[in-house]
Design a protein around this ligand. Sequence first.
Ligand code: T1G
Length: 686
Amino acid sequence: MNAVTTLTVEDGVAVVTIDSPPVNALSAPVREGLKAAFAQAEGDDAVRAIVLACAGRTFIAGADIREFDSELVGPHLHDVQAVIEASTKPTVAAIHGTALGGGLEVALCCHFRVAVPSARVGLPEVALGLLPGAGGTQRLPRLAGVPAALDMMVGGRPIRADKACELGIIDKIVPEGELLAEAVSYARKAADAGTKLVRVRDRSEGLAQDTGPEVFAEFRKKHARAFHGFKAPANIVKAVEAAVALPFDEGFKREGELFEELVHSNESKAQRYQFFAERETAKIPDIPKDMPHIPVKSVGVIGAGTMGGGIAMNFLNIGLPVTIVEAKQEVLDRGVATIRKNYQITVDKGRMTAEQLDERMGLLKPSLAMDDLAQVDLIIEAVFEKLELKQEIFGKLDGIARPDAILASNTSFLDVDAIAAATQRPETVVGMHFFSPANVMKLLEVVRGEKSSDSVVATAMAVGRRIGKVAVLSRVCDGFIANRMMAPRMEAAQALILEGPMPSQVDKAMVAYGFPMGPFAMLDLVGLDVIGWDAATSSSSTVTEVLCEMGRWGQKKSGGFYDYDEKRRPSPSPVADQVVRDFQAKSGKQHREFSEREIVERLLFPVVNEGAKLLDEGIAIRASDVDVALVYGYGWPVFTGGPLFWADIVGLDRVIAGLEAAGHEPAPLLERIAADGRKLHQYQVA
Ligand code: T1G
């Protein structure tokens, strides 16, 4: 064996234990040790049964994702599985934590699987742009059936042990704390009873029904939209079709072909990059990982509007008491009612119980008095975006809040340092910028002020993770990271429609690229009037101004850049398009047809350029943080890796040429990295 895989034999049962923190991933040493241990147990006459267990917090969490971009070292996982599956003695996988990807695929090579109730199992490879490449697409349907297997592999979400037991993936649920003893007992009983040992590959109970072509056709139809832009889901479905149509070995071979198509694709490289990038955001170079966090057991939210209500829900969801403060009773009542309504929607969808709704609402304390925030640990201000108003509030908080309370502003672009300066305790002030809807969007920008203390910053980042957000650290600048990055896309889009393409054509190119919607559809959704239009000073100088002057404020007025029917379904608006044509005529620009690629590059190269600028200014710690922020804050398609990863795929020289051709000044950092032949997405501020 080796340092990460040990073999002990007791009373005829061999226990193979993997101990490879943090998640027992199937690295080369683990594969090496596994193969040797099972071979030794098989050759040892004293061994009558074998248990595979893991030390630490979880069963095997999958292949070692870091290995995909380098040459294979050590035995191939398939070879390890072949040794396990060739066992003539009962083999039992003892599952706790999460058995994921290759981990579950290894467990499926054992005859039996037992798990504790808190365990979860899954094949999440689709989130990495991959498919289960160690027999999962062939073995899982044989146990769980095609529909459940397709849902698990295309959805990528782990399922609970009890559900896995229902599906036949797990053979027995055993009490917490007794996993190993129960697994050993299960193995011994199978040996003593001479239980017939059938390999999962030789089982077919899951293929007895729901395997017709209509099952696959229906599944493809139902998920067509979600598949858009991703390659892995389609290959997963093909692999399961092979499991139904072909003998195991041929299906397994087909799985391998389909896996190979994916593992070398840009989409999978992008999604694997995002996997690690998301985890990297928690690492702040100049703040030690073990920096003590300030305890946060109670929260105050100032402002019960859309943002304040959504922010409050995040903390109610994790069982923290929230005092929500408003200046006017009717606004407060409306805010509380909205929170309850949003929870009720979740109850109606069966994703929450009425008791949970009551529990959460019971934790909410509405108040008209800021003095009620005197004892809370964290206060988040979420009032109107007006610096003077925020400064007034923080000035009052200075005299109300506990000296060690964290004072956070949800401002989306205002100067956090100017807000902090309104207090005598700037070291406790930080930005916590949520994205709307605040209880849904995963991105949280933590804005580090010049005087924000390390423990306040570390705590705000940790609180973000506690409420299920992806927290990205930003310094102070207009728009921080995500909003600042996306502003140039809107500017470029407004400029481009003067050169030829209609708004709907621009949006279509953005959707084809992978965005959930294009910039003009987003403007209609948000409301043309709320992005800085002022009726008093409006002078018909832009398309947006003219549309606003016409009362075409967007969806809420059933028309903006698009017309909307009673179900808010959009269609290009002849009225709006005519306004665009009038501006085209006045622009004096030679207008022409644009390909989708040209539209994409005209809109997104300036975004890449802005990313290089903010990195050069030290606003973000690293390029991958920027990519994570755009994926989670604006739905930037994850299979592109984000703007900066995508720029490396396109080629920085092409990006720079495209910027210059469109009249933009390439950022100096972009030119330096391109000149050095480095990768933009690997850039980290020193
Ligand atoms: N490979 C390498 N490193 C991994 C890893 C993996 N599979 N999983 C986690 N890590 C690292 C992670 O980067 C972090 O490192 C640390 O472990 C803790 O992770 C052949 C092809 C298991 C639910 O997709 O979902 O098998 O930042 O912060 O929140 O068919 O990790 O500390 O340096 O996420 O408690 C399929 C991925 C692989 C599972 C635990 N498996 N992992 O969550 O901790 S492909 C997955 C997770 C595959 C086969 C295919 C989660 C977790 P660092 P963490 P966590």
